[in-house]
Design a protein around this ligand. Structure first.
Ligand SMILES: Cc1cc2nc3c(=O)[nH]c(=O)nc-3n(C[C@H](O)[C@H](O)[C@H](O)COP(=O)(O)O)c2cc1C
Length: 159
């Protein structure tokens, strides 16, 4: 029997959302958005402003922005977790999600979009937020990645 796959993603400005939608099609997966209780405004994601919300969250590793709703991962074997790279790591709200769930018996594969960075896309930095999961190293995906390339990637993961 095939694995039951869920694609989850956080996206502040839509790039990761568009990639996640293509990935879900390629993987034959369901899709769920990681939605922060308080949405990120343009001012919140101003990385040039050291006092912006994203900058402050980055400076404080322990911050865990609340979720608008939980995501039920129990029916799934494999969960893709997608996010934009913020300073070469995942936004803190992704950790809120990871730390809210029971990952025993589940496989996590990350994917990330970015301006150009690759570091942080493999998900290694996040392992401590879901130590019970079986982690497969993820990758950066270009904003315009084609479904055929995603097909190949998913097939190569040997899930
Ligand atoms: C706060 C912040 C920090 C970022 N840091 C990086 C970075 O370190 N490297 C990079 O290549 N892009 C960086 N970016 C660009 C985003 O990763 C990129 O625009 C991403 O595709 C946005 O995804 P989204 O539209 O799903 O939110 C940053 C963007 C923001 C808002």
């Amino acid at each position: 029997m095939g694995k039951r796959i869920l694609v989850t993603y956080f996206s502040a400005t839509g790039t990761t959302r568009a990639v996640a939608e293509r990935l879900a099609k390629a993987a034959g997966a369901d899709i769920e958005e990681i939605v922060p209780a308080e949405p990120y405004t343009a001012a919140d994601v101003d990385w040039r402003d050291p006092n912006s919300r994203s900058s402050v969250e980055h400076q404080h590793r322990e911050m865990r922005p609340e979720l608008a709703h939980s995501i039920d991962i129990t029916p799934y074997d494999v969960v893709f977790v997608g996010y934009p790279l913020w300073w070469e790591t995942a936004p803190r709200v992704v950790r809120t999600f990871l730390e809210s769930e029971d990952w025993s018996g589940k496989t996590i594969v990350t994917f990330a979009t970015s301006g150009s960075s690759i570091r942080g896309a493999d998900g290694v930095q996040l392992h401590d937020s879901a130590p019970a999961a079986h982690w497969i190293a993820g990758r950066r995906l270009a904003a315009n990645v084609k479904e055929s390339e995603l097909d190949k990637w998913v097939a190569g993961l040997d899930l």
